[in-house]
Write a protein that binds this ligand. Sequence first.
Ligand code: NAD
Ligand code: TYD
Length: 352
Amino acid sequence: MEIKNLMVTGGSGFIGSNFIRYLLKRNDFTGRIINADKLTYAGNPDNLKDIEKNCPERYRFERADICDFQQMEELYRRHDIDSICHFAAESHVDRSIKRPDAFINTNIIGTFNLLEIARANQNTFRLFHHISTDEVYGSLGKEGLFSETTPYRPNSPYSASKASSDHLVRAYNKTYGLPTTISNCSNNYGPYQFPEKLIPLIILNASGGEDLPVYGDGKNVRDWLYVEDHCDAIWTIMKGGNRGETYNIGGNREMENLAIVEMVCDMLDEILEVDAQGPRRNLITFVKDRPGHDRRYAIDFSKLRSELDWVPEESFESGLRKTVRWYLENSEWVARVKSKEYQSWIDEHYGS
Ligand code: NAD
Ligand code: TYD
């Protein structure tokens, strides 16, 4: 399957920007990438500044809202798109609890628009790859893993909106024969993640001597995957995955939140040394739990391993260390997203 003009939606966000960087380095992709991103608070043009400068023939940024059908259709035609890799979404559970409306619009209506455009161009369309989450499966008890056949039981407005979009993608394959693949991945971490999510938030708060908020008892479990491993899994599925199929992606690395926070504190104590405030673990503050907080996620990715020979490469320790160093070394990026102007713009548009 040769992709010539790939539309990546949400390519200025955390995983999308890592994916574009990853794909442009590969020998088995020779096409062009059109990054269609609305630039919400989570979309940051700085994430791909160097790519924009160094790869003008193969990479193009277009500011666009996937909820605007006409705008997306015009982009699709102008760039002669043949495939879509769909990352664009509102992605933060806590924001979905406070203000679900943007999640319904972008995650459901936005996905529907893209599917409709692909369907209208079906004679030349090659692949719609939809990026989703393990959160659609709900919450696990102490035992068990999510597999591709686990029933959907989303618990937050975020996961419900993602579940809805997954169902639409599936239906477009079953009903119209649209060539689709879906991936449901566990929690990612790595460079360029917006510091509202656990790991970057803790790195930045701990390095700045601020409180480290841990929800509830800190014993909720997530299965963590380094972002580059996620990108590699996505590309593996796009190349070799059976059309109409879903693949789970996981890191095989279950961690309790509190253990992660402690690891970050210890790494920072080692890299920056302990100051007069004492060990950074002293900053840990247990706060009120998130409503509907899923207790445990864990992924069975044996389908991806056995069908497409994919396994994650980065260990959690080395990935976390790389991530901590990235945030310490990219103070300009951090200063921008943490600036008062940026934060008050977010509060104004998204609620504080
Ligand atoms: P992110 O919030 O960092 O980035 C989302 C991007 O989408 C931003 O660049 C934003 O500007 C863009 N966007 C939002 N609304 C848009 C709209 N209406 N039109 C066009 N662009 C819009 O998110 P992320 O963490 O990179 O997640 C990317 C995808 O991966 C999402 O679909 C998410 O559900 C999924 N996912 C994330 C994780 C994770 O751990 N972060 C895990 C599994 C799946
Ligand atoms: P998060 O990064 O928001 O990802 P998700 O909710 O999609 O899994 O949160 C990861 C875990 O960390 C989750 O169990 C909630 C918890 N958490 C905290 O304890 N404190 C925080 O400040 C945040 C943002 C999350």
